[in-house]
Design a binder for this molecule. Sequence first.
Ligand SMILES: Nc1nc2c(ncn2[C@@H]2O[C@H](COP(=O)(O)OP(=O)(O)OP(=O)(O)O)[C@@H](O)[C@H]2O)c(=O)[nH]1
Ligand SMILES: [Mg+2]
Length: 201
Amino acid sequence: MKEFGTAIVLAGGKSSRMGFDKQHLMLHNSRLVQRITETLLDAFDQVVLVTQTPELYGGLSVETVEDKYKGMGPLGGIHAGLLAAESQYAFVIACDMPGLDLRYIEFMKDRLRGSDYQACVTRFGEWIEPFHAYYSKDQIQDMEAFLETGRKSVNRFLDGQKTLYVPESEARKFSPDWEMFYNLNTREDLAHYMTRTRESS
Ligand SMILES: Nc1nc2c(ncn2[C@@H]2O[C@H](COP(=O)(O)OP(=O)(O)OP(=O)(O)O)[C@@H](O)[C@H]2O)c(=O)[nH]1
Ligand SMILES: [Mg+2]
C-alpha cells in the first residue's frame, strides 16, 4: 500500500450553527466544497468525500462514502473516509475550510514519512486542530472500539494514539494568521470572511 495519496473531505455534518447545509456554501463565485475538492484532486491520487448526500457530487470525479457510525460527528466521518482510503495515511479536511495549504501538507508528509506515527495534528493553545491533519488506516480498529462505546471526541481519541502534535509556533510559520485552520461555522464567520477576501477574489 502506498504511504500517501488519499485525501478525505468531511461533509456530513448538521450545519446547525450556519442554518443551511454547508455543502452549498458559496464563496464569491465558487462553491467551497467543490473548490476544496478540485484543489485536492490536483494534489492527491484519490479524494474521498464523506457525505449523506452523494447526489450533490455527480459532476466531480470523487468517491463518495457514507458514515458507518451515523450521528457520531467528525470521528464517524473520518472513520468512513479511512475505510475507503487507498493509502496508509490520509489527509483530512472539513468542507467549511477555505484555507487549504499545500505547503503545510508537504510539511506534515515529511514528518510522517517512514515513521510509526498514526496521526499528525496541530496544536492550538491548549487545543488541537483536528482537521487539515493526517490520520491513518492503522487507526480504524481503535476508532471502531472507541465509537462503539459511544464516545465521539476526536481529541480524546487522539490522546490514546501515537499522534504527532505539531507545535503551534511551527505551524504559524506557514500560516501566521491561522488561515489554514479557519472554518466557517456561522453566518457571522461567512460575512466576515467575505468582507476580508473581497479585494483578493
Ligand atoms: N461525515 C460526517 N461529517 C461530519 C459529521 N459531523 C460533522 N461533520 C463534518 O465535520 C466538519 C466539522 O464539523 P463542524 O464545523 O462542526 O460542522 P457541522 O457539524 O456541520 O456544524 P454544526 O452543526 O454547526 O456543529 C464539517 O466538515 C462537517 O461536515 C458527521 O456526523 N459525519
Ligand atoms: Mg467547522
